[in-house]
Design a protein around this ligand. Structure first.
Ligand SMILES: [Fe+2]
Length: 189
């Protein structure tokens, strides 16, 4: 079946942001939204496990704060589904599943301390970068699809992910990495 052109889609009246018209970009948008919905929900379970394993109070409190932010992001994704008159539905995100498994591996293979914290930060930043890529794409799709409100919500989350990423870099670079290096040298002697 031939999909409608972008210009004809834009010309349609929009009482809600629902456009179940078989538009290819719309389908891709829905697919990616289900993916990030799964990812965010998985994170609400994974972040508490990371918090338990951290030694740095600064890192623990940054993760605790991001857990609350993430719970709100789950609700925000649900709002985007609702704007399209859709019931929120998750589809397993293989990429996030892999990143989280890698994070678990790091926590298993390191002793409690700053080296483990540096590893947790690296896993958390991979999470953030995946999310930044996903929300960036979703946001741009939403704009093209004429979903102004949806785009706004997605952009809010995108900015939160960028902030979280910057905060993690700051924690790593201001203390954790350096301390991990000294910890390693102590272990070696
Ligand atoms: Fe998130």
């Amino acid at each position: 079946m031939k999909t409608k052109t972008r210009s004809s889609g834009r010309g349609q009246s929009r009482k809600s942001e629902s456009m179940h018209d078989g538009n290819g970009l719309q389908e891709l948008f829905e697919m990616e939204l289900k993916d990030i919905y799964w990812a965010e929900k998985a994170l609400t379970k994974a972040i508490p496990k990371m918090i338990k394993k951290t030694s740095s109070e600064e890192l623990a409190s940054a993760l605790e704060e991001h857990l609350l932010v993430t719970e709100n992001q789950v609700r925000r994704v649900e709002q985007v589904f609702e704007l399209m008159d859709m019931t929120p539905k998750a589809k397993k995100c293989e990429a996030m599943d892999g990143i989280l498994k890698e994070g678990e591996e790091i926590m298993k293979e390191t002793e409690e301390g700053m080296a483990r914290d540096a590893g947790i930060i690296s896993a958390a930043q991979k999470v953030e970068h995946y999310e930044i890529a996903s929300y960036g794409t979703l946001c741009s799709f939403a704009k093209t699809l004429g979903m102004e409100k949806g785009a706004e919500l997605l952009e809010e989350t995108l900015n939160e992910e960028k902030e979280a990423d910057a905060k993690l870099s700051k924690i790593a670079e201001s203390s954790v990495n350096e301390e991990a290096m000294h910890e390693e040298s102590r272990m070696a002697t």
